[in-house]
Design a protein around this ligand. Structure first.
Ligand SMILES: *Cc1c(COP(=O)(O)O)cnc(C)c1O
Length: 472
């Protein structure tokens, strides 16, 4: 194994082996870089004379009022995606995965739109409680919930706890008994399927921290224990196979295995479990290379799979639930940054790349550094007649890997003071944001019908120093 190699993406990653020097194979040079690739943006996003507006508000106004950088949340878009899932999956319960992005405003929108909510920590549970979210529509996830978290979840009356280990079954039963309550329980199983963006692997993916293995027999044993435990009401099995999935083939393999176990529970334990959860992970378009299915397509295909399997097994269909996070909030948000500096570099083969440095970075979007994620970007504050150049949008942090958008064509005259916007940043950006380099986390600014409203305010230096006990 070599321990060192030439630095940089292009060398390590083979980016230069693409059809055009310096750009990945899927990236096409746009005829007009001013134009929005509309399906990557929230539904109300549009450009007028080069200025991007969302919810009827030019982002130049958002920045004038609220500063930069800012996450801009399109309320109409969020609600319509939530509704699209709710309507398409008519007979299902739709649990929004709060870990994608959660705050009291969003929790209220979800409650109003008739969705349920998944949380996986005391903090997320507290946000739901503050928002007045109906607790019977909350699911509590996690492979290592603390005793305190289980107690609060039971006290608050969450609708279901998704158990993940034998010791947790004992703990939860003790908590429920102690409090004189009965808790709905789903058993998280690993179906041996792991889905990735463009493929799934249907074997041997039990080597992970989550869930009870079906193959080993642990899952059946867990169901038996939940069934027998005091204070626990066995609702059904739960399976989540991964994230940013574009088709239902992975779900099909998982559903077959989980429904087979569901049937076995009926035969061997003599319980017909009323429910089943197929998890989340529905993909969105971050760039032009992504082609996600819409909720209606997903619903049709998944229902067909379940119906087919249940018929084959001779069992009645359990009530189903799903857990989309990214697919609801991801496209509803874009991040607006101000450009500070610009630098050009020459790549192997004579190609050039322009580094566009913005006033945020890996502290507000860690996904590029963490998952090698792809994003898109556009010049958002003016029209430009300059030729498009291969660009990389980078942050202001002290890391060479502090990249927001690896590859995008931006007008060649992008410079200090321009605003650049990145679509698809609603999921796992603000929720994973950090104070790295003591950055202040940007605000989430809601937009609707030509007005802005603050959903999460920008952090202040006072917030930053609040935990530093050395400050007198
Ligand atoms: C993360 C997660 C989800 C949501 O995933 P998305 O990719 O945001 O749809 C759903 N269910 C479980 C159990 C998860 O861990």
């Amino acid at each position: 194994m070599p321990t060192a190699h030439p630095s940089g993406w292009a060398h390590a990653d083979g980016a230069l082996r693409s059809t055009r020097p310096g750009g990945p194979h899927w990236l096409r040079e746009p005829a007009d870089p001013n134009e929005l690739v509309t399906h990557l943006w929230s539904q109300t996003a549009a450009k007028s004379d080069g200025v991007l507006a969302v919810g009827g508000v030019p982002v130049t106004d958002v920045v004038r009022e609220h500063g930069s950088p800012a996450y801009v949340l399109d309320e109409a878009d969020f609600r319509s995606r939530a509704r699209a899932f709710r309507d398409a999956f008519g007979g299902y319960d739709v649990f929004y995965a709060g870990k994608a992005f959660l705050c009291t405003t969003v929790a209220r929108w979800l409650a109003e739109e008739g969705l349920s909510l998944d949380v996986c920590s005391d903090g997320e549970l507290t946000v739901a409680e503050r928002a007045g979210f109906p607790m019977d529509r909350v699911g509590f996830h996690g492979n290592n919930k603390t005793l305190g978290e289980l107690q609060r979840a039971v006290e608050l009356g969450v609708g279901r706890v998704i158990v993940d280990s034998f010791v947790e079954i004992e703990r939860l039963s003790a908590v429920a008994t102690e409090l004189g309550r009965t808790v709905g329980v789903m058993v998280r199983v690993t179906a041996g399927v792991e889905a990735h963006t463009h493929e799934y692997i249907a074997t041997a993916h039990e080597d992970q921290k989550f869930g009870f293995s079906i193959a080993s027999g642990d899952a059946l044993e867990a169901v038996r224990r939940v069934h027998q435990a005091e204070g626990l009401d066995l609702l059904g099995l739960h399976s989540h196979i991964g994230s940013q999935i574009f088709d239902t083939s992975g779900f099909e393999v998982a559903a077959r295995r989980v429904l087979a176990l569901h049937a076995t529970v009926g035969e061997e334990i003599g319980v017909e479990m009323p429910e089943m959860d197929l998890g989340g992970g529905f993909g969105i378009a971050y760039t032009t290379q992504d082609d996600p299915s819409d909720p209606a397509q997903l619903a049709t295909e998944m229902s067909k799979i379940v119906e087919h399997e249940c018929r084959g097994l001779g069992i009645s269909e359990p009530r189903l639930s799903i857990e989309p996070g990214r697919a609801i909030v991801g496209p509803a948000v874009c991040t607006v940054y101000e450009v500070g500096t610009v630098k050009q570099v020459e790549l192997d083969g004579g190609a050039r790349r322009t580094y566009v440095s913005v006033d945020g970075g890996m502290s507000d979007n860690i996904r590029t550094a963490l998952y090698d994620a792809d994003y898109s970007a556009t010049l958002a504050s003016r029209r430009s007649d300059a030729e498009a150049v291969l660009s990389r949008v980078v942050g202001k942090h002290c890391e060479a890997g502090d990249i927001v958008v690896k590859d995008e064509f931006l007008p060649g005259d992008v410079g200090p003071g321009d605003l650049v916007a990145v679509p698809g940043t609603g999921a796992y950006c603000r929720s994973m944001a950090s104070n790295y380099n003591h950055a202040l986390r940007p605000p989430v600014i809601g937009v609707r019908d030509g007005k802005t409203f603050t959903v999460l305010r920008r952090e202040t230096v006072a917030d930053l120093l609040a935990t530093d006990v050395g400050v007198s």
